[in-house]
Design a binder for this molecule. Structure first.
Ligand SMILES: Nc1ncnc2c1ncn2CCOCCNC(=O)c1cc(-c2ccc(F)cc2)cc(O)c1O
Ligand SMILES: [Mg+2]
Length: 214
């Protein structure tokens, strides 16, 4: 059996990036996915929007749903202030294994806790298992039909506080129409759409930023 796309992405990082240099890891993945083999990372265009929202929020405790190979995990963790933590949840063990190695290659393993499992099972356990009070920032990038149920779960588990920011990938492509309806019609969120393009393509996509009003 040959290698997988995530394994080939890891090889490209080990070959082209500098150990301990997160920016070089990000650039190596973007170059590989743009010129060799497309993959579902948030990518460089939407990545700049992620960077700017993250920097503005400057979270103490952040959550990522859908790690994949750890590209956005590295983008987020590299911008966290000292002592801040990122929890990232991945369902697929093969993806998680590659992500662990890419996060470690970037030298960010001390800022990141990767938890394997489904978001629906894990979110209710986060408070007691990791002593988390609230998430200041949540990046939604997993199954698009899980965005609404997991947002409701975060609310019901008391994991969001006034001012917590949700940032959702792929609200146009593949699309999360139910989620857009939910956050845009709810009095509990102030929502804004950042137009961009699907990673490494000219197809439209975008990120939806939603501030929880409490
Ligand atoms: N902890 C968890 N709990 C539950 N489920 C979980 C989980 N962890 C992972 N999963 C499973 C889903 O993980 C991957 C989700 N991401 C995508 O599917 C995705 C797809 C495209 C895409 C594909 C093809 C096109 F033609 C055009 C666009 C682009 C993107 O940017 C995407 O993010
Ligand atoms: Mg995505």
């Amino acid at each position: 059996t040959g290698s997988s796309r995530p394994q080939r992405m890891l090889k490209a990082v080990q070959k082209n990036a500098t150990k301990g240099d997160p920016q070089s890891v990000i650039s190596a993945i973007d170059h590989y996915c743009r010129h060799k083999e497309w993959a579902m990372n948030v990518g460089d265009d939407k990545g700049l929007i992620l960077d700017s929202v993250l920097t503005e929020v400057n979270p103490s405790t952040a959550l990522e749903l859908g790690t994949y190979c750890g590209y956005s995990t590295v983008r987020i963790a590299r911008l966290l202030s000292p002592g801040s933590k990122l929890f990232t949840v991945e369902f697929n063990p093969a993806f998680a294994e590659v992500a662990r190695q890419i996060i470690a290659y970037a030298g960010l393993q001390d800022k990141v806790t990767l938890v394997e499992g489904s978001s629906g099972d894990l979110i209710p356990k986060m408070k007691e298992q990791f002593g988390i009070k609230y998430f200041d920032f949540v990046f939604l990038d997993h199954w698009k039909d899980r965005y609404v149920p997991d947002t409701k779960l975060l609310e019901d588990c008391g994991l969001l506080k006034k001012g917590s920011v949700l940032l959702a990938d792929n609200v146009i492509c593949p699309g999360a129409p139910e989620y857009l309806k939910y956050v845009r019609n709810s009095p509990r969120y102030e929502s804004r759409y950042y137009k961009s393009n699907l990673e490494y393509t000219k197809v439209e996509d975008g990120l939806e930023k939603s501030v929880f009003l409490g």
